[in-house]
Write a protein of this length. Sequence first.
Length: 282
Amino acid sequence: MTIKQSRMMFAGVILLVLSGAASAESQFKAQLSPADLVKAVIRSELNTSDVTAIRWKYLLDKEVDGKQQTREVIETKSGSLDRLIAIAGKPLTDAQQRDETERILRLSHNPEEQRKLEQTRRKDAEQCNAFLQMIPEAFLFEYAGESGGLTKMTFKPNPGFRPSSREGKVLHEMAGEIWVNAKQQRLASINGQLMNPVKFAGGLLGHLEKGGLFAVKRAEIAPGHWELTEIAVNMRGKALLFKTISVQQKELHTNFQRVPDDLSLSDAAGLLLKQALVAAKR
């Protein structure tokens, strides 16, 4: 699975309005148990993902196991297209720029590559929806306060949940916090920690160690439009054939700018290459 007040003369009026809004929101939450509020938020997120077709351009700073890259990403109706613009904070060399140009052109003009990109987009969307759908059933929730217009709830594993997938098994062993915008019924952040080791096929196919962490943050980047802004994952374990796995990943999404909703891959490629040319002339 998007809120953004005035001078002394109007202070009394503003306080009255704010107190009324806060009271209305508190009454709304009072009618819902923590579990029901989470269900309402997840239902809203799933419904929103089905009907919105807003496209964005943004900067992606990504670090995986100590290797950092910065990319410019443009969303299209067929998936996202990106351009590598820096490695470990340093601009690309001329040779690396040429490689990126060739890669972008190849992706935007090759029907098979476009088909793969569309398959990836659909798979990512399906996995995201499956993850969201599990949240209300996988955990037990408790209210834990409010801050900055958001409602905080803590969560712990629901002993009655029976996960049917690897992702579900990992999720079910998490405990942590979830922050939501109760008024808009939108998910603002969720972070958790593995409270127990997770074994796959009794450990034959691998395991994840206790203590692994994950965090996801979202923000309202335009009125009513919430987007992913941060991801952090730190997991350790072993995979099949005793291969040690270490997943340390961070993502930061910034500088959001709206692009046409019907943008094609060819259009996105043209924008990326044009910006690359401008950057090269600086």
